[in-house]
Design a protein around this ligand. Sequence first.
Ligand code: PEP
Ligand code: MN
Length: 348
Amino acid sequence: MIVIMQPNASARQISDVIARIRAMGYEVHLSEGEAHTIIGVIGQGRTLDRENLSTMDGVQDVLRVTHPFKIASRYYHPEDSIIPLGTSLVGGQDLAIIAGPCSVEGRSEILEIAHAVREAGATALRGGAFKPRTSPYSFQGLGEEGLQYLAEAREQTGLAVVTEVMDQNLVPLVCQYADVLQVGARNMQNYSLLHAVGESQHPVLLKRGMSSRIEELLMAAEYILSHGNMRVMLCERGIRTFETETRNTFDINAIPALKHLSHLPVIADPSHGTGKWEYVESVSLAAVAAGADGLIIEVHQDPEQALSDGRQSLKPERFAELVRKARLVAQAMGRQVVEPAANAAKER
Ligand code: PEP
Ligand code: MN
């Protein structure tokens, strides 16, 4: 249930409503919007008396939220959430392009690719130092050494760093180096990890599990949000279907559906969504047209030699072309691709 306060409700009226809700055994989450304060009622207490709340001073409306996710819901936060990506922002008018290799392979490799994607117009740098691989014999990532190289790349280019954290115990370490913690598709329902990244208050990129429904993705986000960490970006990265021509099936429907159901920014990952570099540009442009707030794209200087996901990685020149076209589609949608370090003050 959510309580929508009148636009001119006083602090006293708001605190009286909160006290009444708490007396019924529930917790509250406050959302201070431009027009209204919205009070989300969370948890399991006595049956909530809706009539009783709606007659309190300063209350405009009391709505039952039928979705199982609450804080992630657009009812609770009607405006788009705008959250930080290093010194720039994602959401609202601003579209982010996160790019880089699947894995951090070495110091010179990541520095070279960071400069190349920066030059091509990327907003942020991606690269895994801890890699979730299907085979235990495949390259598992450079670990902390990889994180250090990412931090050096950030220093040299100003690009924010997005990198995966696979284990709850590694959250404090990855927070030291990363601007955004990526929770990978395989870990979308790792609840201990979701609690830990929620507690960290660090921005999170939460990827949809390869066999997860949209509602399950939003419930996973709810775990993070329930710790008061509102800095969550959702990521559509393709799902498993009967189709084998592509690695996954990029679910374009998920973009408008998530934007309708939730206020959280939605990032599209056409690299994992298709698994083939030839299709990455088309699906990227479709995702921007469908309303995505950003793209995450795998880029490698020598895809054939890549230690992971070379088949779906773009060369820097092709990535530059993608950015050029994405800017045009963004413009047609009334939006803009953000440069790093642009307007850091608007977070909501
Ligand atoms: C990745 O981003 O390289 C990755 C492992 O993605 P996913 O978790 O979506 O498979
Ligand atoms: Mn990858």
